[in-house]
Write a protein that binds this ligand. Sequence first.
Ligand code: NYM
Ligand code: MG
Length: 209
Amino acid sequence: MTTKRGALLVLEGCDRAGKSTQVQKLVTELNARGISAEVRRFPDRTTEVGKIIDKYLSRVVDLPPETVHLLFSSNRWEKYTEMRKTILSGTTLVVDRYAASGAAYTAATTGKDLSWCKEPDRGLAKPDLVALLEISEDVQASRANWGSERFERSELQQKVSSSLHQLMDESWVTVDANDDIDKVHAKLLALALSAIEMVKDKPLGELYD
Ligand code: NYM
Ligand code: MG
C-alpha cells in the first residue's frame, strides 16, 4: 500500500483575524481524531532569514520594501524541502500565512502589481486549500496588541484585504472570522477534513502553475 499524502492547508487574512488561534485549534483537533497534522507559520522568525524579518517588523532595522519582499519569500524557500517531505510522508500541514500574504502585503505597501509580487514564490508547494479569514475593521482594532508592528494600520489592512481577494482561485474559501472562536473552528474543521480526504491520492501542486 502506498502512503497517502497529507494536505497543505493555509489560513490567510489580515492581522488579528484569529489565524494563529485557529491554526493551533485545528491541529489539536485533527491529532485528537488520529490524523497526523502539524502547525507551520510564516514568517518563521526562528530561521536565519526569519530573524532579520523579525527585526524589520519590530522596527529594529529598516530595509527597502523590495528587499523585505524577497526575505519573506526566501523564508518560505528555507522551509520548502522539509515541508514537501513532511506532506508527502502523510502529515497534513496547517500553515499560518503563506505566499498570498507575501504578495498581498507587498502589493499593499508598494503599489507594485500582483504578478511582480507573486514571482519569487513560483515553484513553492501549492496549498490544497486556502481559508481566508475575514474580519471587520472594528473587531480587528479591538483585538490585543493591535498596532504594535509595522503594517498594522487600518488603511493598509484594507488594501491587503483587497489584494487577498484578487489572489483567490478555486482552492480558496472565505470564512467569517467575526463569529465566535468555536464557530469559526467548526467551519475550518469541516473544510480541513474534506480537503484531506480529497487530495490524499492527488499529486502536490506547485505555485503558480
Ligand atoms: N507578512 C507576512 C508579509 O508582509 N509578507 C509575508 O510573506 C508574510 C508571511 O508579516 N503583518 C507580514 C504580515 C504581518 C507580519 O506576520 C507578521 P504575523 O502573522 O502577524 O506574525
Ligand atoms: Mg500580525
